[in-house]
Each structure stands twice: as C-alpha cells, then as structure tokens.
Ligand binder design. Structure first.
Ligand code: TYD
Length: 206
C-alpha cells in the first residue's frame, strides 16, 4: 500500500520544527513507518543547495532562488519522496510546494503562472495528501525568531513576512480540501494536541 505524503508549512517562528519533533515521537511510540524530511535540504545534493540558498553572503536573484528551490525539490522527489511512498512509508516533509507559492510568489512577486509551470513539469506526479499549516500572527512569529542567528530569508523585512503570510492564507483557502489550518498562536500544548489529532486522522492511527 502507498504511504501518505504530509507537509508542514508556516512562516518562520510558527513552531513547525517543534511540532515535527513532537510528531516524530508520537509515530515512534505507535511504531508507524515514516520518514521526516525537509525542503530545501532533504537530500545530499539538497543540503548543498540549501546552504547556497540560506547563506546571507550570497546575492541570489529571485529567479535563481526559485529555480534552486525546484532543483532541490526535483532531487527530493526522486531520491526520497517517491521511493518511500511506493514502499508504503509515510513521508512528512518540513515544507513542500506551497512554500514556493508563498515565498517566491507572494514574497518575491514571481508570477503564479511561472511557478505553476514548474510545478506542472517537475512535481505533478507527486501531490500531498495533507498539509498542516501553522497559522501565526507574523508579529508574534517575528518576535520569536528575533534572538536566532538569522539566515538570508529571516533577514528579510517585515513586509516580506506579511506578504508570505498573506500568500499562505490565500493558498489555504484555495486548497481547503488538502490543508488543515492549525492556530499556532495558542498555547504550545494545545497545538501539540491538535497536531496529533490530525496526524492520527490522516494516517488512520487509533
Ligand atoms: P526552513 O527549513 O523551514 O527554515 P528554518 O528551519 O530555519 O525555519 O526553510 C528555509 C527557508 O526556505 C525558509 O525561509 C523558507 C524558504 N523556502 C522558500 O522560500 N521556498 C520554498 O519553496 C521552500 C521549500 C523554502
């Protein structure tokens, strides 16, 4: 049987990484077959692409950024996602294609049509079963990441994050059947509980 493909999405500081670790513990306890992976950087080649993309020493134009995200994704689909799903292993990815629509589309203002074309050519054989979107007030998210060592994206101005947040809002609405929106402003234990409810529903764990 085919595994399920789930992605976690949200702006930086939304608590996505904490929730992935929590999900990992839960799936281990339940002895469920899964891999947790990420974009960019889910493969050996992808790790190199990620370091190019995230280093603030690199001056990367928006089109290059978009193409590197898709190069990373193509390798990820080929080496990790497809193989595991076919083996019946569930794949949980820290970000997938919605991030390109939100960051490169709404954030960088690359036309939706361009992203859709790349999506169609390189990713149409792999679509998510469900996305858990961690919705947080960008003001709270920015306050949370303030003390981190910031990467090239996290150093962008507030307007960029507001645009990305707006993008996710639109994407969630448009793909409402595939997206489960989780209120990430609430207390962390409540968010954790909601994540487990959703994951167990998607993977049919009792
Ligand atoms: P992420 O690994 O979530 O960052 P962190 O672990 O530091 O929270 O993502 C790295 C950055 O890549 C993030 O700022 C969003 C960006 N990104 C895009 O701009 N487009 C994409 O298609 C993807 C997958 C990520």
């Amino acid at each position: 049987m085919k595994g399920k493909f789930i992605c976690f999405e949200g702006i930086e500081g939304s608590g996505k990484s904490t929730m992935l670790r929590h999900t990992e513990k839960y799936l281990n306890n339940k002895k469920i077959k899964y891999v947790i992976t990420r974009e960019p950087g889910g493969t050996d080649v992808g790790k190199k692409i990620r370091s190019i993309l995230l280093s603030d020493k690199n001056k990367i134009c928006d089109d290059t950024e978009l193409l590197l995200m898709f190069a990373d994704r193509a390798q990820h689909i080929h080496s990790v996602i497809q193989k595991n799903l076919l083996k019946g292993v569930n794949v949980i990815s820290d970000r997938y294609i919605y991030a390109s629509y939100a960051y490169q589309g709404y954030g960088r203002k690359i036309s939706k049509n361009t992203i859709e074309i790349l999506d169609k050519i390189f990713c149409s054989n792999i679509s998510i079963d469900k996305c858990l979107y961690f919705d947080i007030d960008p003001k709270i998210a920015l306050a949370r990441i303030k003390n981190r060592k910031l990467d090239r994206f996290e150093k962008m101005n507030k307007k960029f994050f507001l645009d990305v947040h707006k993008g996710y809002k639109y994407i969630c609405k448009k793909n409402s059947r595939k997206v489960c929106k989780i209120d990430a402003n609430q207390n962390i234990n409540k968010v954790k509980d909601e994540v487990i409810v959703q994951i167990s529903k998607i993977l049919k764990i009792s």
